[in-house]
Design a protein around this ligand. Structure first.
Ligand SMILES: Nc1nc2c(c(=O)[nH]1)N[C@H]1C(S)=C(S)[C@@H](COP(=O)(O)OP(=O)(O)OC[C@H]3O[C@@H](n4cnc5c(=O)[nH]c(N)nc54)[C@H](O)[C@@H]3O)O[C@H]1N2
Ligand SMILES: Nc1nc2c(c(=O)[nH]1)N[C@H]1C(S)=C(S)[C@@H](COP(=O)(O)OP(=O)(O)OC[C@H]3O[C@@H](n4cnc5c(=O)[nH]c(N)nc54)[C@H](O)[C@@H]3O)O[C@H]1N2
Ligand SMILES: [Mo]
Length: 772
């Protein structure tokens, strides 16, 4: 076969390139993926996308759960995930789904359809599965949606009251090169985990975070990592590690603030010009209102950090150009609003917000995009259709929604009710990965009459659906790749023929729309290629308003990449605001940073009051529950995959221990339990049990265990979950009644060595499928 030309594809892990065979994609012809040559630090995760061990788990044809097919909607819901599927043809599948939408809509109305469909899906601006589904369901009369994300539930709800919209703030972060030049002290609460900067939503193009940290270290920046885990900040140079009890960062920051305001060098110029409400907060800080001064001694008892360490760190912060960073994980916890609010408050007290290299960061390292020097420009987007249904849930309240129809919940100071859901329709996410306390979700999952999934793979969620429709992967279709502030447009040309009978989500929904008499409105009469051209051209017009001329669509499609790095513009967060607070106000009620929020005060919430405070987490190492469950479980993002995606790939599997996800445990905690590296370990609490493989390491502090998310949920019976999945253990409770955000990082467990034969993994092959 003669080799053709270089082509590209974008995945969340990175951009990949390959030689396209002449004659185009054909069945059985697989190009060899290589990292994009322009990437200084490529991520290997995406290289396995076409590996046969990954493809073996593809959904090959439309399938229906047997009882549902034989007895109709609602039949034997407890058998979801526990009985065979029946393979059907596409025409039947399209008729079944269309008929089910009509049935539920006519009987119960559109508020009985849940279409939130949360999840990362794949890269590609056109074939973005949740966006396609939302457009389709909006045309069908609407759906119950979800707001916010698992990533930033508490943080994104809070920030508009404190310093602005979270997406605007992310795009405004001070660029890495500016930090290398100016930052003397970088204090990271939760680290800057390089493993997390492997990905960017939509496609990391140049992995810059490792190089950025190394440049800072060489330039002499001093790094302090405040984290239960040492390895979350690696710079190639020295890093001081301050181990901290999980979920107590707000107490530490309060004590740092206490020490700062007692220091003679403390001065209020920035606070008086650029913030509101400091005095209300200060009355709490000093104990004037509650007789508890938030001293280093006070915080030391909560955090485990010695008081002298707190005092010296506060002194150093005042004496240096200091950047304070919080990882997103800090707010994915009970009262997760508080550490985000408090880091802004502490940075305001240091007075360096808006100065190069100083101020605060919300998640340097959480994804590759934070700190990018590329300009924030509009990207190609699928036009939206307004959803006629206004009912919604905060995204992490899915189990509550299904279990408690009609019940009230509060969100951002208002009260709402959960609608009564009969039909769940999902494309591009994996709730049996992302949700907490998955045993509880298993119960909730029995409530709807019908659950429809579009999936590429036999994930735990697909296995628990009634109707499963096989979707193509990004390499099997044409698309445009573009991630915010990654500086690259990628012509994602189809590289391989679709697997089995898989179809694009767009094509599937177009056919169902056709059955419902909505095809023209859904497709607007355009083919895939016409959509791509339209989205590209519309975007080129918007980009032109920023003074940047994109090449024609034809040129883009032919050359494969458009590189915008010539337009890079390193920036300093809040510089314009600092220079002229009245002329460049923040998007907050007062236009300033709100250390005290009158609006949040008006909600009257005990679990999210008017200024940052220390509130005890629901469960933590300082609570009574720690006597029975003395280990705090950190379920962080997995280094070798994105969430549950590609868990069965060789690259992800190479990270397993004894065939399970590794659990990291401190040598003292391991010794006390007779656990050695390589052993199977059972982690348990009152909510569940899971079996993981031990890694004994001093990189995790005593009293803490780490088990990354994303091993494929494997719970076929009443025994322990088999793959090492932390969501067998986590707590399904909103971070607060204000945000209802995901609070996965608040979780206590106990551990013991697993004795006896470990039960086999059952998710390595598709479920049983019978033909009619
Ligand atoms: N314990 C604990 N739990 C957590 C977290 C934690 O820190 N701790 N983190 C949370 C966070 S921050 C997040 S963002 C969530 C992530 O949760 P998700 O985003 O739901 O996880 P993914 O595994 O990325 O799921 C995406 C699914 O979409 C499918 N898919 C990909 N492309 C397509 C497509 O084109 N079409 C269709 N139909 N399907 C497609 C993939 O096969 C995959 O199953 O997890 C959350 N869960
Ligand atoms: N490789 C890879 N990268 C990813 C993802 C992935 O699945 N795989 N997912 C992406 C997504 S969707 C998101 S939202 C981001 C999430 O980004 P984050 O939320 O920042 O990521 P985590 O890995 O959950 O947590 C980072 C670190 O925070 C620390 N930490 C946890 N709890 C505490 C605490 O109470 N106090 C302190 N001081 N530190 C704590 C732990 O050391 C942990 O390793 O990551 C993104 N990046
Ligand atoms: Mo996330």
């Amino acid at each position: 076969m003669s080799m053709g030309r270089l082509r590209y594809s974008a995945a969340h892990w990175g951009v990949y390139q390959y030689e396209a065979p002449d004659g185009g994609p054909a069945p059985g012809v697989f190009p060899r993926l290589a990292p994009y040559a322009g990437d200084p630090d490529p991520a290997p995760h995406g290289l396995d996308q076409l590996d046969p061990r990954v493809s073996a788990l593809r959904v090959a044809a439309p399938c229906v759960r047997r009882s549902w097919l034989e007895q109709g909607p609602g039949a034997r819901p407890a058998l979801r995930g526990r009985e065979p599927f029946v393979q059907i043809d596409w025409d039947t599948a399209v008729r079944l789904v269309a008929g089910e939408i009509e049935r539920v809509r006519d009987r119960c109305g559109n508020t009985a359809i849940f279409g939130g469909s949360y999840g990362w899906a794949s890269s590609g601006r056109f074939h973005h599965a949740p966006s396609q589904l939302h457009r389709f369901l909006a045309l069908c009369g609407g759906f119950v949606s979800s707001v916010d994300s698992y990533s930033l539930g508490a943080g994104s709800a809070l920030m508009p009251y404190v310093c602005g919209d979270i997406n605007d703030l992310h795009a405004a972060h001070t660029s890495w090169p500016v930090l290398a030049e100016h930052t003397q002290l970088f204090v990271a609460f939760g680290g800057v985990p390089l493993k997390n900067a492997r990905v960017s939503w939509g496609g990391a193009a140049d992995h810059r975070t490792r190089g950025a940290l190394e440049r800072m270290a060489r330039a002499g920046t001093r790094f302090v990592n405040v984290s239960p885990l040492r390895d979350t900040l690696v710079t190639g140079g020295e890093v001081e590690w301050i181990p901290i009890r999980p979920n107590t960062d707000t107490a530490l920051m309060l004590a740092l603030a206490f020490a700062v305001q007692s220091d003679p060098r403390f001065e209020r110029t920035f606070i008086d010009r650029c913030t509101v409400g400091y005095d209300r907060f200060a009355a709490y800080l000093t104990g004037a209102v509650d007789a508890t001064p938030k001293t280093p001694q006070w915080a030391s008892r909560i955090t485990g950090v010695p008081p002298e360490r707190i005092e010296s760190l506060a002194r150093d912060m005042l004496g240096s150009r200091t950047m304070l960073n919080v990882s997103w994980s800090l707010q994915r916890a009970a009262h997760g609003e508080q550490p985000f609010w408090m880091v802004v408050t502490l940075a305001a007290m240091l007075g360096q917000i808006g100065l190069p290299g100083g101020g605060y960061g919300l998640g340097y390292g959480a994804t590759n995009g934070i700190g990018s020097p590329h300009r924030r420009l509009p990207g190609p987007a699928l036009p939206r259709i307004r959803n006629p249904v206004s009912d919604f849930i905060p995204v992490a309240r899915i189990a509550d929604l299904l279990l408690n129809p009609g019940e009230a919940f509060s969100y951002r100071g208002r009260s709402y009710r959960y609608p009564d859901i009969k039909l769940v329709y999902w494309a591009g996410g994996n709730p049996f990965h992302h949700h907490q306390d998955l045993h509880r979700l298993e119960q909730a999952w029995r409530r709807p009459e019908t659950i429809i999934f579009h999936e590429q793979y036999w994930t735990a969620a697909a296995r628990r659906a009634d109707i499963v429709l096989p979707a193509t992967i990004a390499l099997e279709r044409n698309d445009i790749g573009c991630a915010t502030r990654e500086g690259l447009y990628v012509a994602m040309r189809q590289a391989v023929a679709p697997y089995g009978e898989a179809r694009d989500d767009y094509a599937i929904l177009a056919d169902i729309a056709g059955q419902l008499g909505l095809r023209e409105r859904f497709t607007e009469g355009l083919t895939e290629q016409e959509w791509l051209e339209r989205m590209y051209r519309e975007n080129a017009r918007r980009v032109a308003e920023h003074g940047i001329a994109l090449p024609s669509f034809e040129t883009f499609w032919e050359q494969g990449l458009v590189d915008l790095s010539a337009y890079d513009a390193p920036q300093v967060m809040h510089a314009a605001f600092r220079a002229d607070p009245a002329g460049h106000p923040l998007r907050t009620p007062s236009g300033r940073i709100e250390i005290f929020s009158a609006e949040i005060a008006s909600f009257g919430l005990a679990d999210c009051p008017s200024h940052p405070v220390w509130l005890e987490p629901f469960e933590w190492l300082g609570s009574a529950a720690a006597r029975e469950y003395p280990l705090h479980l950190i379920s962080d993002q997995p280094p070798r995959r994105l969430h549950s995606q590609l868990d069965r790939s060789p690259y992800s599997q190479a990270g397993k221990v004894a065939g399970r996800e590794p659990v990291w445990i401190n040598p003292a905690d391991a010794a006390a339990r007779g656990i050695a590296s390589g052993d199977l370990v059972e982690l348990y609490n009152a909510r569940g049990r899971t079996i993981a493989g031990a890694v004994v390491s001093g990189d995790v502090m005593p009293g803490v265990v780490r088990l990354a998310t994303g091993s494929w949920w494997d719970s076929p019976d009443a025994g322990a979950e088999r793959s090492g999945n932390p969501n067998a253990l986590t707590l399904d409770r909103g971070a607060s009644s204000f945000s209802q955000g995901c609070s996965a990082q608040t979780c206590l467990v106990q551990a013991r060595r697993y004795r006896g034969d470990a039960p086999p993994i059952t998710t390595d092959a598709p479920p049983e499928i019978i033909s009619r």
